[in-house]
Design a protein around this ligand. Structure first.
Ligand code: NAD
Length: 432
């Protein structure tokens, strides 16, 4: 649509803003504001009814400066090359901010996966690998699940890669099922990573976690484990969670006067994250409008559903008690709402730091695959805590040193690490 800027233009504008503050060299900017490599290809699939369908697939490798590219494969009907480019660039910054030796990549197929049979899905996954086999692998580019893809699909893709390459290569994909090269702790990783970040933010702001209350938007993988972690790891209370009800086609907020019991709610939630209203009501939960989560009297807000949820309008409903905004989702806050948080001095844990637990554990999965030796859940989560805490501290210190908002500080830490790697590899003039 004329005049509307797309995700890739937003990603480039964010980069340009920080590149200016860091006074980056023009050549460095030109390298980092574009993908290093990108692939668009066609995947023919024989469908169950015997017809031949052709699907469009993408893979974008934004960078390989700090290590192989890393990022999910999305199956989405509205997938575009520009969306994949933006997501690949953001993966570069996410990997750099948690200091794992990987760079950004992303992939996709233009398809609505709910319209495919299991057989057709498997053929499409294998077809994607057949097109990309020469340009992916544990030392080149390591895909993972994302919107519309799951652990089973990574299992098929890893199998196809291993068959075509003639070697069992579990490290070619992450997010695989446990027992087929997957890592313990991957399910909890993103939600717990959000909680480790909140714990560190509370230390810096002298907030007692045990007397803290949080409101969470969403009840999918990230929100479920953030809700459990807020209670089990911090000793706080979760006032509410929310979800999109796929039967009613609207969202609801579920709250309980004693705090929500995430394990109970999980037992009455379907695989798409929709909570059973009748069972929740019977158990004493109040079921309110989907927007109610944002105006609760809480210390911490955790948007963990979809993008653009805290915007110029909804930000006005936030309670004056709020102290921390922890972005579990990608891009939940619009620039207008950011201005409000800056003005009020509310502490922000920005998305690509806050939700980096997933990619960090994917990196651990690859390490375990390489060693062919697998860690316990406790070991995985302990190492995750260490990585997230270090990342939080680096960003916090940058925000203090440069007197900038945490979002800008996270970009500064990440971009500086990528530029340092370019320098060390001899891409730039002068001694390191
Ligand atoms: P998910 O699909 O498991 O769950 C999404 C949840 O959001 C569901 O409960 C759904 O009902 C709810 N939801 C959707 N629209 C809503 C609305 N309008 N109002 C209220 N709730 C709504 O997804 P997820 O894996 O939990 O991911 C959530 C966010 O976190 C996304 O932005 C994703 O990109 C990001 N993220 C996820 C991971 C991960 O490891 N899962 C890692 C990094 C970032």
């Amino acid at each position: 649509m004329a005049g509307q800027i797309n995700a890739f233009q937003i990603a480039q504008a964010q980069f340009d803003h920080v590149a200016e503050q860091l006074k980056l060299d023009a050549g460095v900017r030109e390298v980092l504001r574009w993908p290093t490599r990108e692939f668009t290809f066609r995947i023919p699939v024989r469908m169950d009814d015997g017809s031949l369908n052709v699907f469009t697939g993408f893979r974008v490798q934004h960078s390989d400066v700090r290590g192989p590219s890393k990022g999910g494969i999305r199956f989405a009907a509205d997938e575009t090359l520009d969306t994949v480019r933006a997501l690949a660039m953001w993966m570069t910054w996410k990997c750099a901010v948690v200091d794992i030796p990987l760079s950004g990549g992303k992939g996709g197929i233009v398809v609505d996966p709910s319209k495919l049979s299991v057989n057709e899905k498997e053929h499409l996954c294998r077809g994607w690998v057949q097109q990309m086999i020469r340009n992916i692998g544990p030392r080149q580019d390591i895909p993972a699940p994302d919107v519309g893809t799951n652990a089973q699909m990574m299992g098929w893709m890893m199998d196809e890669y291993s068959k075509l390459s003639g070697e069992f290569t579990p490290g070619a994909f992450t997010g695989k099922p446990v027992g087929s090269g997957g890592s313990q702790g991957r399910t909890e990783a993103t939600g717990f990573g959000v909680i480790y970040n909140i714990r560190e933010a509370m230390k810096r702001r002298n907030i007692d976690p045990k007397n803290s209350v949080a409101a969470i938007q969403g009840f999918g993988n990230v929100a479920q484990h953030a809700a459990m972690g807020f209670v089990e790891l911090l000793g706080g209370k979760v006032a509410c969670v929310s979800c999109w009800d796929r039967n009613d086609k609207k969202s609801y907020t579920y709250s309980h006067k004693d705090g929500v019991d995430a394990k109970f709610l999980l037992s009455i939630t379907d695989q798409y994250g929709t909570i059973d209203k009748a069972k929740a009501t019977a158990a004493g939960y109040a079921v309110e409008d989907g927007d109610a989560w944002i105006s609760k009297e809480v210390d911490v807000l955790i948007p963990a559903a979809i993008e653009n949820q805290i915007n110029a309008e909804s930000v006005k409903k936030i309670s004056s008690r709020l102290k921390i905004l922890a972005e579990g989702a990608n891009g939940p806050t619009t620039p207008e709402a950011d201005e409000y948080f800056k003005e009020k001095g509310i502490f922000l844990v920005p998305d690509f730091l806050c939700n980096a637990g997933g990619v960090t554990t994917s990196y651990f999965e690859g390490v375990q695959n390489d060693m062919n030796f697998y860690w316990s859940k406790q070991e995985v989560l302990g190492r995750l805590d260490e990585k997230i805490t270090d990342a939080f501290n680096a960003v916090y210190e940058m925000s203090e040193k440069k007197k900038v908002y945490m979002r800008d500080a996270a970009y500064m830490v990440a971009i500086q690490r990528v530029v340092d790697a370019m320098q060390m590899r001899g891409w730039l003039q002068g001694d390191w």
